[in-house]
Design a protein around this ligand. Structure first.
Ligand code: ITT
Ligand code: MG
Length: 175
């Protein structure tokens, strides 16, 4: 199975390897998400994930594309971290999508994002550590390392793979 992921981010690539690693040849390629650098709603984040998956197929000519996108979304409780994934199979219209675990961000972080800053650099400064986004991520920092960014995306990719398998089984049983 030849898979292309629309990113070079280590945590995202690791998540796909954790789920598809045994039976797939996986490459990561930088593609435009077609949405803001910092998506600010579920809808925008999902669109980014789908765009990345489609673009990964176009750029590599591989039959399966995966897009993983991080964003935030405003709720009555405060600003929440949200993460979405999409898997696209070449020639099929409808992507499968799956959402990741969500937590509220601390107000000090949320205020800066509402003013237009991006979570990646804000987290790096907050933690005095470079590239948090490619390692534990905000989710890892604020859950004391119990769920890191690759764990969270691994769960998302499992849900994507499971839906794809389910569809394949349904198609087989309808012959
Ligand atoms: O190279 P790409 O695939 O773009 O990976 P990225 O780390 O930039 O991730 P996203 O574009 O999906 O995320 C949108 C923004 O939110 C940041 N971000 C999202 N989740 C994060 C997390 O858990 N920790 C730190 N930054 C995060 C990220 O750095 C971007 O600024
Ligand atoms: Mg990005």
């Amino acid at each position: 199975m030849k898979i292309a992921i629309g990113t070079k981010n280590r945590a995202k690539i690791q998540a796909v390897k954790n789920v598809f690693g045994a039976d797939a040849d996986i490459i990561g390629i930088d593609v435009p998400s077609g949405v803001s650098e910092q998506p600010f709603s579920d809808e925008e984040t999902i669109t980014g994930a789908i765009n990345r998956a489609k673009e990964a197929i176009v750029k590599t000519s591989r039959p399966i594309g995966i897009g993983l996108e991080g964003g935030v979304t405003e709720t009555p409780f405060g600003l929440m971290l949200c993460n979405w994934g999409a898997i696209v199979v070449e020639g099929e219209q409808k992507p499968f999508i799956a959402g990741g675990a969500r937590i509220l961000l601390p107000e000090v972080i949320s205020e800066r994002l509402r003013k237009g800053e991006e979570l990646g650099p804000v987290m790096a400064e907050f933690c005095k550590k470079e590239n948090v986004r490619s390692h534990e991520g905000a989710i890892g920092i604020f859950t004391n390392g119990r769920i890191n960014r690759d764990d969270m995306f691994t769960h998302v990719v499992k849900i994507l793979k499971g839906q794809l398998e389910y569809e394949i089984m349904q198609k087989k049983s309808s012959y």
